[in-house]
Ligand binder design. Structure first.
Ligand code: SF4
Ligand code: SF4
Length: 135
């Protein structure tokens, strides 16, 4: 039995279908939904931990991709160094869960870890490497 932490992105046309339910029913996988968000443009994002045999996981993920779900490996933790941040505004514009925002008064970056689904978009885009994801 192995486990993987993944970020799943569901486009609008499939966001209401019970796709993840079939991972349990048809592929005998166990999964925990660690965080889930549906954004204003109705894209769904979910951070899950999935467990099963290597073969079960591979087949389950192939099924998800065939259904139009985007899959990426999730990190285990995130560190946002607000001292290093130059408040450029890039990461808040990319963060689908609005875990990052610039305070309009102080112009300092605010980070709400409870909203973060560890997708990594912010860390990959920061010009001063103020955000780090831990695998
Ligand atoms: S990793 Fe960054 S972009 Fe992704 S949800 Fe967390 S704060 Fe937002
Ligand atoms: S991308 Fe980097 S520098 Fe820009 S606001 Fe985010 S953390 Fe700060």
């Amino acid at each position: 039995m192995i486990s993987r932490r993944l970020v799943l992105a569901f486009p609008e046309k499939i966001v209401t279908r019970p796709i993840t339910y079939r991972l349990i029913k048809d592929f005998d996988l166990q999964f925990n939904i660690l965080r889930a968000e549906i954004t204003a443009d109705i894209e769904g994002k979910m951070l899950i931990e999935i467990s099963g045999t290597k073969k079960q996981i591979e087949e389950g993920l192939k099924y998800l991709e065939n259904e139009g779900v985007s899959i990426q490996d999730a990190s285990k933790d995130i560190i946002v160094d607000t001292e290093k941040c130059i408040s450029c505004g890039v990461c808040p514009s990319l963060c689908i869960t609005q875990a990052l925002e610039i305070n309009p008064v102080t112009h300092r970056l605010l980070f709400d870890k409870n909203k973060c689904i560890l997708c990594g978009l912010c860390a990959n885009s920061c010009p001063v490497n103020a955000i780090k994801l831990k695998i």
